[in-house]
Write a protein that binds this ligand. Sequence first.
Ligand SMILES: [Zn+2]
Ligand SMILES: [Zn+2]
Length: 166
Amino acid sequence: MKCPACQNKLHEIVVAGIKTQACRGECGGLWFDRFQFKKIQALKSGIGKSLLMIERAEGVKIYRGAEHTCPACKTTLLYRHFFSVDGDTEINQCSKCSGFWIDLAGLAKLQSLPENQRKQAVEKYFATIIDKKISEMRLIHRDMEQQAQVLVQILQFLCPEDQWTG
Ligand SMILES: [Zn+2]
Ligand SMILES: [Zn+2]
């Protein structure tokens, strides 16, 4: 499988039984197929943090502004739920296979802040970037609300929930 954002080869990484395809050492994006969604639900928050902190290379995000094709379906364009250059974050989903392509480089960077600054910065990140988008998704229609729920669970898997529920 190839990275939809930078075209590098994705590496399969399994954390707590959750299988991901990760753009390790390049853009740091993560692919979650729909078979992981149910399993993620049952896990403690933050258990996949090593995936959030995956090794990234500087300056590989040349395709950030472009549309991405699904790494699994290959021809389907990913639907972009969220994209922020300043927040160094993007969240995309395939409308055909429902897999999520997620890049949370901005959130990963905040993890290296001293502890007294980190909590506030992470809360702000979620408040201004993620929560707003998720509430919008919930309002659109029921199917989108379900996808928003899955997205929250993936985010909780990657980042301990106590960091972002204030
Ligand atoms: Zn990549
Ligand atoms: Zn797909």
